[in-house]
Design a protein around this ligand. Sequence first.
Ligand SMILES: Cc1ncc(COP(=O)(O)O)c(C=O)c1O
Length: 405
Amino acid sequence: MRIDIRVEPPGSNARKIVSIIDNLCAKSTFTYPLVIHDGEGCYIRDVDDNIYLDFTSNICSTPLGYSHQAVISVLKEYSNNGAHKIAGQDFYSIEHAKLAEKILSIVPNNFKVFFINSGAEAVENAIKVAYRYTKKSVGLSCIGAFHGRTLGALTFTYSKQVHKKDYPELPVKRIRFNSVEELDELKDLSNISFIIIEVIQGESGYNIASKPFIDKIHKISKEQGIPLIVDEVQSGMGRTGRWWAYQHYGIEPDIMSVAKGLQVGATLYNKRFDPEAGAISSTWGGGHRIDMAIGAAIIDTIEREHLLDNARDMGAILLKRFKEIKDRFDVIVDVRGIGLMIGLEFVTSKIRDDIIHNSFKRGLLLLPGGSKAIRIAPPLIIGKDEIDEGLYVFEDVLKRSILSS
Ligand SMILES: Cc1ncc(COP(=O)(O)O)c(C=O)c1O
């Protein structure tokens, strides 16, 4: 497949669907009027037959891109199985067992897993596991963090006002991301129940934690016996060229939250935190049998096709080429990234938004982050041809957007 824009997006089929959703559904966070029909490799086809190159992986949730054989065969296998979604914390299934074995093979030893629906719920249960263990009330989190929108997780999210305004909070202590000084100034830690962190802040535009900052947090967690929760919902599942972003820092978390690329949410924790039966559960947790089977197939495929190496290699090429583009265009003020998790910071949100919008019209899908950043997160299967194609469109859009602004 290649980018192929046949009618100016949104075409008439897309406009009809967008208008129904806009009229009937809660206002949400749609970036542009893309109505997805299907996809292949790193490309998505919309309902008007336009083909786009996807540099978003649906916010990191399609690590194998679209229509990967490993995923299609699971879908075929289940096409005649009407018991595809069950109450997975109340009834057993083989998919539950298999995904547990798979995910526990790629996290620290002595971990257990609890499956749930979403990333926010994976965080929600991570903090519940910590509260139950420590019996303390205050969570320590970072400014700029995004941990989800359910009320518990939302307390520790602190990226955009709109997420939080008027919603009540749990007890929290917030520090500036990457501020070792603020960590040094923390005096009384006796009521801290857990520290929760994204080592690469996702929603805020791929801000990367410094090694001294993570080292210090890790040290505090170890010395004070405060559980360290690492939120890998966006940065995990191979996105950074390793299974988990924390592995770039030589530390291990006590508790983790995972979702997106895994297809289901997962709270993972060291066995010493194991709460009593019933402390955490849910109807659908562990019950999306097709999603769980696909999650296991994704882990297998990332291993079999050496996609961690590919994420690292293609990420290095993309990072270098974006840095070269930055040197030619002073509207880009920063380029940063690890693996296929790259953030581009622009001078203004207007130019950032123009570039995202104009790239969409030209068939390249990009994602905003923070107030002025673009997130680049293509599927882990991306190759050099797609990089060339995407960067050609990106640079051309950049030139034209600057000329017309
Ligand atoms: C780091 C992180 N944590 C939690 C969440 C919440 O996940 P979900 O949208 O599946 O609830 C997200 C979603 O973007 C995320 O990036």
